[in-house]
Design a binder for this molecule. Sequence first.
Ligand code: NOJ
Length: 569
Amino acid sequence: MGLKLKGYIAVIFILFICGCKQSKDQAASPDAVPEWYTNAFIYNLDVETFKDSNGDGTGDFNGLTQKLGYLDTLGVDVIWLAPFQPTPNGDDGYDETDYYGIDKKLGTDKDFQDFMAAAKKKGIRVIMDLVLNHTSSAHEWFKIARADTASKYHSWYVWSDKKPGDANKGMVFPGVQTETWTYDEATRKYYFHRFYDFEPDLNYENQQVRDMAADVLRFWLKKGVDGFRLDAVPFIIDLPKTGSANPKHLFNILTSLRKTVQAVKPDAVLLGEANVTAEENKDFFGQDGSRIQMMFNFYVNQYLFYSLAKEDPESLKKALEEFRQKPATAQWAFFLRNHDEVDLARLSKSQRSLVFEKFGPESNMQIYDRGIRRRLAPMLADPVLIRMSYSLLFSFPGAPVIRYGEEIGMGDDLTLQERLSVRTPMQWDHSPNSGFSTNRITVRPVISYGNYTYRKVNVADESADKNSLLTFIKELAALRKLHPEIGGGKWKILDAGNSNIMAIQYLLKGRQLIAVHNFSKAPQQFSLSLSDADGTAFKQLIGGSKEIQISKDQKIQLKGYGFQWYSAK
Ligand code: NOJ
């Protein structure tokens, strides 16, 4: 073959490679750090309440597959699926009866596989909730454990012959749950349950239980998932007999879970749910990053709400600073609202009172003596403040996570129990039951009254409106993809000389971005000084591309709750 022909073939080959549909992470800038989750936009949904394809009133995998185009347009990189295993649904699916199954109401194994294939085709990754801490009390293992104390399953759970002295301590759902050890008539023993009494904790001191967990991880990885949102991590690894209030933890379990995952799929991720301090968090990542790669940042979340309530970002800045250190391959997952309550337990009593007063003043809006069971839009109420909060979220130094319906500003239904208030069906359009289902009766009522009815808040209307919240979130997600420096760069909180303003600067391989947010409802003026590069020219990224020089002499104006992102030219 002549040299020319060889060259020609090489060029065609290169063009072919470049033209192939790249997955979203590959398509990112070459400056992006390699981990696909570093800048990922994660979208959490519950199949049950997302889209019903067969008219039985319950959402299903085929419905979700139909809506993948919507998620793709929104800019979603990763779908986090709420538990979809068989369940009596006492805790909205977090009470599972079969780790290996798919709840029949949500579809078949084939429906799940079709969904996975369709998501992959769109370049969207899928992570799934995994509830390793406990099973449902209706799980076969627990039934056998109760019926036969000599069976191997008995020691898969945590028992005590006598009622432990701290049985009325350490409840996760105070006010609803009265104890953590419950008497079982069949065995005449007490069993431990960190959560509801129908969610007995598994005993991770037992090697068989650890092997089971590893097996479950391998099973779902082989079905194609890209990782797990690990439920209740501190409680998987705690030793209840060392005291419910301040138990010892077996952190090496996390190291081995990570190894198990990586052996099957080297780039799969573990995203941990643990409401812990920065100091405690170090053990969850592992000093060398050998445990969980991603952790939800509950601490920053609570100080964010406090800062919003106080119209002063000081506490938020402090909280972010506390969490600055992390292993190079680890990442924070930031969120505004999730499927549970806004957990304010780490605030002082007076700080919490202020947040309650501002965002959840009625007792029916509060829950578990520590939180608020409302969706973001009704909580913050002001559309400008809502947008400012999302701008903050997408500009935090971690991966942004949002929950279905938040992108259109869905409301809550406070007539529903506990956290079900924020778990009503997705509002797609004006058709009866919001286009979620053609059935008259739905798994949970669709919001059909008041300011947040599906007739006023739905995807169809907001998709057609260039000023809608949905359009705004799409723009933020698109912008975020263009700026990997946010999740992967070095960050610094700049002094704005104005206590209402928060300004963060991001630097990554010659890229620079500055995000500014005004926490006050009144307009504010401030200036920023960039120590070594005062006077650098920046381009405004939100609402037009005006140019500005950032220097100590240049005054910047922001409207009440105003915000802006600037990128160095
Ligand atoms: C945390 C989950 O987010 C919550 O919804 C659930 O009730 C508990 N873990 C128990 O699994």
